[in-house]
Write a protein that binds this ligand. Sequence first.
Ligand code: SF4
Length: 338
Amino acid sequence: MLDRYFKIEGREREAVNWITRGVPAGVDDVTLASDECLMDANLEGSREVHRRIERLPDAAAPPGGPSLLDVKIELARRMLFACVCCERRCGADRSSGRTGFCGVPFESRYTSDFLHMGEEPELVPSHTIFFSGCTFECVYCQNWDIAMDARAGRQAEPEMLAAVLQEGVAQGSRNANFVGGNPDPHLYTILRTIELTGEAARFLPMVWNSNMYTSSEAMSILDGVIDVYLGDFRYGNDSCAEELSGVEGYFEVVSRNFAQAFASAEVMVRHLVLPGHLECCTRPVMEWASRNMPGVYFNLMFQYRPEYKAGLYPMIDARLTPEERARALAMAADYKLQ
Ligand code: SF4
């Protein structure tokens, strides 16, 4: 569990973004190549990354010329003209000032960054960047002040964020952790930040801390950039997701993304137990995770508290009872999840 993450930390392996910098783009000029050409180059290049992933660190600098990372950055930039960063697939042309459901404009904003000591113990201190805006609208959102306001905070300039991450490495951060809100709408900003972090990103695992409602296009861009997916898997069916987070097709999208992440990187699942949702959500999530991601890191979370609009929903306008907590723990043991 998290073997590769620990090897990167111990400098026995390179973070995958570094390997991706060493894979040639497969096109002469990424800005002139067609979308189809770039998508093909991305798929082929990502396969090459996986062939190289267990190589030992190489003293040689990545070769010059456009790299697979450049391809991924260009694909993410083009996505801003008809946004499909997440499965809402709004198609908003964010370059022209329009916004989609999340309200995130062309340029990202963020509210804070710091070495977070409250994440999973394997990750701390985790250099966490909190971007503004979210692709979900959870009625019980615990972070609603930044998640629901895409204009909150200050402009997230990749150059500045890269300098911040470099400084974090000097202070002992173990990884870079991109969260919000949700990181999906900020895909381009995040990739540029990773690129500009340069040599400091070589042994710095990249953590995608998300609701896993990412589009398949964005997931294919992230393959070869992200070392650890720290993903929420909250609902065991679509109707609870629609009622409480305002999303459609939740289970199919999120399970698809977890399966892809598990096949290509390391995964840490977070499951926040919701009051009254043990049979409809906790059980199916555990069942799916145990069957499809054997041995996965599974964090069962009990810190739910009614926030934001939870008062309008009687079932979740409560804290978990001790009985619910005990039942969730027993279920996790039954499914052999930690
Ligand atoms: S990130 Fe998702 S919600 Fe936001 S504009 Fe793009 S597709 Fe829409």
